[in-house]
Write a protein that binds this ligand. Structure first.
Ligand code: PFF
Length: 460
């Protein structure tokens, strides 16, 4: 990884990093977590996590990535020699692989929804729904479709496999080509249509009730578990603690301002999540779905089609949205898979193709199990969670924050202060007033606060 080509312009650099951060985490996972954790109270803790912990940890990852130019394990190896610190680098690799195994399933769902929007099947009501009033019929229809598209045994697996094969094809042909460029064009379009959907959703009857749920916090709902979930969501959405950002940062030019970039990326990522909340929750109350049995993970796949059904040319908007979301998911799965692929390439000197195959092949089995755990295997529970949810909770809510604690301790206590300072001041070229603040947060606040949050549910 010696000679690196650098990103052409600053905008391209931010766009590429935002492209890998924005994905199903914002569109699918954020509304689900918000609904399950009490709405606005969750949002408040989430925003605090993004700016108080997410941004400094992101700056730390950027600094290590640009300074050291190695994969997750390599960073620790280079800075800590043969000490056991390298073990810390394996955590992001394991966590990212666990994330990949369920994330790719959801990517498959988006592809499936795109396909059935194009064929028109998504908006075709079944004969049973005729007996219901219009609103109820709509609700019943999309829940039925969801059961068919997500919880049945074969359909979702077929689309997941297509997503896996697409990943493999893109990965063996080199990550930076093609898809990155396509995504830089499509992501602004996604942003614009989300704005449009916000307007549609806000114009629905009872929209203000949903907005209240999303934006007016009830502080009594802030529990230790809500904090753990908000922290996990922040790390997941910002792609922190997985070595993805350090890999991107290794391509940053010398004059990139790391703090400005971290704040811009985090704010844009938060903005997309906020827009999703503004789309989903007014629709949820408008269609009377708040507090009903709809599971968080599938919320978006029932509520959004209902919003589309309010618009002229429903199929068109639905197809466009799910296509864009699929591309957003693809840029994320590619960067997640890249962590493990780089690891095999760099550590075991395996060729690119072999490394890609080694990483992608087991995914066919893992993702099938995750997919089946939404239906046939839903009776198998791990600590009360389905296999899918257990993988998600363990990787996002535990492993990513633990990885961040270790990295903060590593930067704050072990590594020469010069590494962070040099990277934050661009080797003395700029004056970073944020340096002492970020250094303090990484040394004290992040390790202590994340540990408290992670342990708090046990103290009850
Ligand atoms: N941040 C992405 C999202 O919100 O969908 C998920 C993700 C991407 C996680 C890349 C990890 C990663 F390496």
């Amino acid at each position: 990884m010696k000679s690196k080509d650098t990103f052409g312009s600053k905008i391209a650099l931010v766009a590429a990093t935002v492209g890998s951060a924005v994905g199903l985490g914002n569109v699918w996972r954020f509304p689900a977590e918000t609904q399950a954790n009490g709405g606005a109270a969750f949002l408040l803790v989430y925003i605090a996590c993004v700016f108080l912990l997410g941004v400094p940890v992101m700056v730390g990852e950027f600094a290590l990535g640009r300074g050291i130019k190695e994969d997750a394990v390599g960073v620790y190896r280079r800075l800590a020699g043969k000490t056991p610190w390298w073990l810390a680098g394996t955590l992001p690799i394991i966590a990212s692989y666990m994330i990949l195994s369920f994330y790719i399933v959801v990517a498959g769902w988006t592809l499936e929804y795109f396909f059935f929007s194009v064929t028109g099947d998504l908006f075709q009501s079944s004969s049973e729904t005729i007996a219901y009033s219009w609103g109820e019929a709509c609700d019943v229809q999309f829940k039925e479709k969801m059961t068919e598209y997500i919880q049945s045994d074969f359909k979702p697996i077929i689309f997941t496999f297509i997503a896996i094969i697409l990943n493999l094809l893109i990965l063996v042909n080199g990550v930076k080509k093609g898809i990155g460029k396509i995504s830089n064009i499509l992501m602004p379009i996604l942003f614009i249509i989300l704005l449009l959907f916000c307007c549609v959703s806000l114009s629905l009857p009872k929209a203000t009730e949903g907005l209240k749920f999303f934006m007016s916090p009830d502080f009594s709902k802030i529990t230790p578990m809500v904090c753990v979930n908000a922290l996990g969501q922040a790390f997941f959405s910002l792609s922190l603690g997985m070595g993805v950002l350090s890999t991107s940062a290794s391509y940053f030019p010398k004059d990139t301002k790391l703090v400005t970039t971290a704040i811009t990326v985090s704010s844009l990522d938060l903005l997309v999540a906020l827009m999703m909340g503004v789309i989903i929750f007014p629709a949820v109350t408008s269609f009377g779905l708040l507090g009903n049995e709809l599971e968080g993970a599938t919320l978006v796949f029932v509520t959004l089609p209902q919003v589309f059904s309010q618009m002229h040319f429903s199929e068109f908007w639905s197809a466009l949205f799910f296509l864009l979301l699929f591309v957003a998911a693809l840029t994320s799965t590619i960067s997640i898979a890249e962590v493990t692929i780089k690891f095999f390439e760099d550590r075991f000197k395996v060729s690119r193709i072999k490394s890609c195959i080694l990483v992608i092949l087991p995914l066919f089995i893992l993702s099938s199990v995750c997919s089946l755990s939404q239906g046939t295997l839903s009776h198998i529970k791990i600590f009360g969670y389905s296999i899918f949810d257990a993988l998600d909770a363990c990787s996002s809510n535990i492993m990513l924050p633990v990885g961040a604690i270790i990295m903060s301790i590593f930067i704050g206590w072990y590594v020469d202060k010069k590494v962070l300072k040099d990277e934050m001041t661009n080797h003395g070229e700029i004056n970073s007033i944020m340096y002492p603040i970020v250094a303090f947060i990484l040394k004290w606040i992040a390790p202590v606060l994340i540990t408290i949050v992670l342990l708090s549910p046990l103290l009850k």
